[in-house]
Design a protein around this ligand. Structure first.
Ligand code: ADP
Ligand code: MG
Length: 682
């Protein structure tokens, strides 16, 4: 393209543009209506509008900071333009009487309404200069490239790129029934919507042209994950047929029968492990549904096949808890279990690593850090990742690669408590097989949740006394004052001291992120053993910790926590047969969002419902940890807004995989930038 040198090409590359055609797929984030000018007297703060007026005065003033103020008028009122960065030439050009057309956000300033750093240009005084013909698209920004310049490039690309070269890789038999426009038409429209276009419809992303692009984008992502799945499944793995029947013996040794849902999930896992291709399965189930048993049975199957299995947990606390459970379950079966943890002495750790390398121990538990350390396994056949919903495609691939031995790849099992609506999971995790445990073990009483203002803290403290008197245990989760671990830990220490003072008869313990691991461990163990009655903790206890005798949880500053986090925390109680409750302490005033969150968490304990509401409230990004799933880079599609398209995306993917395989690679290449491309696609 003319006028694009090396420096500019590099800037464009940051937007994923490597060739002229790619410019068409840099899609607007939003639109502005600059097709008409609003009289100054009719301006409303908070709106973004075009304004025209004559310069009355331009002066440099010092108010905390040097700034240029320019006052314009159109006869209906005055408007101030405020610049913090400006050149003297710029000031000179704003001579009294100069006519300007400005664009920007109207806000209330100290001198009346104003625009800070408006886009502006001089226009002829006779009012003859033309207006924009179409709505103005606003593109994702990149440093050193103005919107105006980018707009010009995109429009040039629209003229240059012929209809033939923007091929519709999505077959007509998919598109026609959906009533969506052809690709080139959709692109023309979104880059230059006519002035009569509905701004509201465009802002909501509901125009058919946008839907057309969103559909294609989702399809591209889904297909590339499906290809990845196919290629990773094509590698060899060792079937785990468990001739020693350790998995069966383990299940039979449990003091309770598995729930129907556990049985179903386990059956699916076992079918996977029997194959000579690597399984990559996600086991999804709400907190407390009993995923650990499924993980343990899979590990026993590997051990019973003479191979090693490793279970990785997100925190040391959890790793140690799993290790303890595993020891309890497997020692009677004469199966040693190794723990690899950061808090071990060098000597203990060394001997664990030696036993792993020699193959003497077949079941290994550790944190996710385990794999960064390049541990030498003797014959690893199964990797289990626990409580990890932010475990992306790239990480799964890396894990598979690292566990490779003599050309064979390990099976992978990922356990997550973040329930994701099914259609969404099938899109975001299209490279995985999914099992759902949708049933809690019997005998659980639902946790009663109450929302209480901070002012009634004393009543809450009285409840702690009552619970402890009844022989129950209590969690107190400390506020999330700041992101800093240090500040949080300090707050937890202070709270523990205050509570210990207020509750002289209660044995108070403390865990937080900055305690030495051995001390943390000690406190957790003491809590589990009932020696500590009230455990004051930071959110380190968020995932997985299992103490069935704990029946009361108090969460401070609950208004600052997200829904998923509150649900996870609350999942620490209600694990036994006893009735449990969760007290959410909040500090006023509550924001609209916080109020809504607390209402959701009070009203429902169904993780799927909470996930659905969470997505409505703040989008799926957080929920999925989209950075890792690759869906963070979605340019037009929105997983919530366009969720009705997801089933169609899946149907279309099936059709393309079977009937149009050659279209898949170019489609994926169009939407998924080279840098972010998944695995071996394209
Ligand atoms: P999560 O799915 O949140 O990881 P866990 O595996 O920690 O849940 O299980 C929660 C609790 O439920 C544990 O105490 C576990 O022993 C118990 N449990 C698991 N399965 C069953 C079952 N089928 N019947 C009764 N209790 C069970
Ligand atoms: Mg768990």
């Amino acid at each position: 393209m003319r006028g694009v040198g090396a420096a500019l090409a590099e800037k464009l590359q940051r937007l994923g543009v490597n060739q002229v055609q790619d410019l068409l797929f840099v899609l607007p984030l939003r639109y502005e209506d600059r097709t008409q000018v609003v009289p100054i007297g009719a301006l409303v703060p908070g709106t973004r509008v075009a304004v025209e007026g004559e310069v009355q005065l331009a002066e440099v003033v010092f108010r905390r900071q040097r700034q240029l103020l320019c006052r314009i008028s159109d006869g209906s009122g005055f408007l101030t333009l405020r610049f913090f960065h400006f050149s003297s030439a710029q000031k000179e050009a704003l001579a009294r009487g100069t006519r300007l057309r400005c664009f920007g956000e109207i806000r209330r300033g100290p001198l009346g309404i104003e625009i800070v750093h408006p886009e502006y240009r001089r226009v002829a005084a006779d009012g003859s200069s033309s207006f924009e013909e179409t709505l103005t698209p606003i593109y994702p920004g990149t440093e050193g490239l103005t919107q105006g310049r980018l707009r010009a490039f995109v429009n040039e690309a629209l003229r240059e790129v012929s209809r033939a070269s923007v091929r519709d890789w999505v077959p007509a038999e998919v598109l026609d029934p959906l009533g969506l426009p052809a690709l080139k038409d959709a692109l023309e429209y979104v880059h230059n919507p006519p002035r009569e276009a509905q701004l509201a419809e465009l802002a909501a992303g509901r125009h058919p042209a946008q839907r057309r692009l969103a559909f294609e984008e989702l399809l591209a992502h889904h297909l590339s994950l499906r290809l990845l799945k196919n290629s990773s499944r094509a590698e060899p793995a060792l079937p785990l047929d468990d001739p020693d029947r350790l998995a069966k013996r383990f299940i039979e040794s449990l003091p309770f029968p598995l729930t129907g849902a556990q049985k179903r999930a386990l059956k699916e896992v076992e079918a996977d492990l029997l194959r000579d291709q690597p399984a990559v399965r996600l086991v999804q189930g709400d907190v407390g549904c009993g995923k650990t048993i499924v993980a343990a049975a899979a590990a026993a199957r590997a051990a019973g096949s003479g191979m090693q299995a490793v279970l990785m947990a997100p925190t040391e606390l959890l790793a140690e808890q799993h290790w303890r459970n595993f020891c309890q379950w497997f020692h009677p079966m004469h199966l040693p279990v190794a723990l690899v943890s950061g808090s071990q002495s060098a000597k203990v750790r060394r001997s664990a690593l030696d036993a792993i390398a020699s193959g003497e121990v077949r079941i290994i538990v550790g944190t996710h850090a385990l794999f960064q350390e390049g541990i030498d396994f003797s014959n690893l056949a199964l990797i289990i990742v626990d409580e990890q919903h932010r475990f992306g495609v790239q990480q799964r691939l890396r894990l598979q690669e690292k566990g490779r031995k003599q050309g064979r790849f390990p099976h992978q099992l990922i356990m997550t408590a973040t329930p994701i609506p099914r259609t969404l999971a099938m899109t975001a995790y299209a490279d995985l097989d999914i099992s759902v445990i949708d049933e809690l073990p019997p005998g659980r009483t639902p946790v009663k949740t109450v929302v209480v203002p901070e002012e009634r803290r004393e009543e809450v403290v009285a409840r702690i006394t009552a619970a402890c008197r009844d022989g129950r245990q209590v969690y107190w989760v400390c506020p999330l004052i700041e992101e800093s671990d240090e500040v949080r830990s300090q707050a937890a220490e202070d709270t523990a001291a205050l509570l210990a003072e207020a509750l002289p008869d209660v044995r108070v313990g403390l865990v937080h992120g900055r305690m030495p691991p051995a001390k943390k461990d000690q406190a957790m163990l003491a809590f589990k053993a009932g020696k500590i009655q009230l455990l004051v903790a930071t959110t380190v206890i968020e995932v997985g910790v299992d103490v069935p005798n704990a029946t009361l949880m108090v969460i401070e500053n609950a208004e600052r926590m997200g829904l998923a986090q509150l649900h996870q925390l609350r999942g620490r109680v209600g694990r036994g047969a006893e009735a449990s409750s969760c007290v959410l302490l909040y500090r006023s005033p509550l924001s609209e969002l916080a109020r809504e969150r607390l209402k959701v968490i009070r009203e429902t304990s169904d993780g799927f419902e909470i996930a659905r509401r969470d997505m409505e409230l703040r989008g799926p990004g957080e929920l999925l940890g989209t950075r890792q799933t690759g869906l963070a880079q979605l340019r037009v599609a929105d997983l919530v807004r366009d969720s009705d398209l997801l089933p169609r995306v899946q149907q279309a993917a099936e059709l393309m995989l079977s009937a149009y395989p050659a279209n898949i690679a170019p489609l994926a290449a169009r939407w998924i930038g080279a840098g972010e491309r998944y695995g071996r696609v394209g």
